[in-house]
Design a protein around this ligand. Structure first.
Ligand SMILES: Cc1cc2nc3c(=O)[nH]c(=O)nc-3n(C[C@H](O)[C@H](O)[C@H](O)COP(=O)(O)O)c2cc1C
Length: 212
């Protein structure tokens, strides 16, 4: 069982990466082979609309003709059994790096045939982990975004789900930043009470998906 975690945050040791690391620990606990990839380590672009993956001889091959830093990562993803994606919310969406990754992954895995064909012979289950500054009370604003992004991964032939973690810490020490709009005591409460539960859920998702 191969599990790949893709971190769409520029930070390798903050909230998004922490949830992904919990999920891969869960996967490891049931014997999966795991790898975490930090998208910001790679130079790549989003889909350039070359349509090579829509040409009759290529359509449905699950292959992207663009050659750049993302090429080996896409190959690894196509060879995995479970895909774990993580992204902070930046201006009400996933990060640009995650978006570009998804354009490439999703477009190469669908055809314009009628009926449409999707990933050839694949059955990759996935979970999407979102972290954001928004408090949980604003969850309904994010819901369509969470659902749309996680459901788009159904193209890979497996189950899809997501976990959203709210009111995350942006800085280690709020006293050093001009950030008076935040209620630091509330942030601390979330950190102590809710964050460990989110980490636990991430661990359980990783363990469950890797046991299927
Ligand atoms: C450029 C930028 C834009 C952001 N936009 C939003 C936003 O629209 N909504 C939100 O709730 N949080 C927003 N945030 C906060 C991050 O989503 C949040 O701190 C997240 O947990 C960061 O993930 P990380 O700790 O893994 O880097 C933004 C942060 C940055 C740096």
């Amino acid at each position: 069982m191969k599990v790949i975690a893709i971190n769409g945050s520029p930070r390798k040791d903050f909230s998004t990466a922490a949830l992904l690391k919990q999920a891969i620990s869960g996967a490891e606990s049931v014997g999966a082979e795991v790898e975490i990839i930090h998208l910001y380590d790679y130079a790549y672009r989003g889909c350039t609309s070359c349509f090579a993956c829509k040409r009759k001889e290529n359509a449905g091959s699950g292959h992207c003709a663009m050659r750049d830093g993302l090429s080996p990562i896409l190959e690894k993803v196509m060879a995995c059994d479970v895909l774990l994606l993580g992204s902070p919310i930046y201006y009400s969406d996933v990060t640009g790096m995650m978006r570009s990754f998804m354009e490439r992954l999703l477009f190469m895995n669908m055809t314009y045939d009628n009926p449409m064909r999707t990933a050839p012979g694949k059955n990759i289950s996935s979970a999407f982990f979102f972290t954001m500054n928004l408090p949980k009370e604003g969850e309904h604003y994010g819901m369509p975004l969470f659902e749309q992004n996680s459901r788009s991964l159904a193209l890979l032939g497996g189950t899809t789900e997501y976990l959203a973690s709210f009111d995350t810490y942006q800085f280690d020490d709020y006293s050093k930043y001009a950030a008076g709009i935040f209620d630091v005591a509330q942030k601390e409460r979330i950190r102590t009470e809710q964050w460990p539960l989110d980490c636990r859920r991430a661990y359980e998702i990783g363990a469950r998906l890797a046991s299927k």
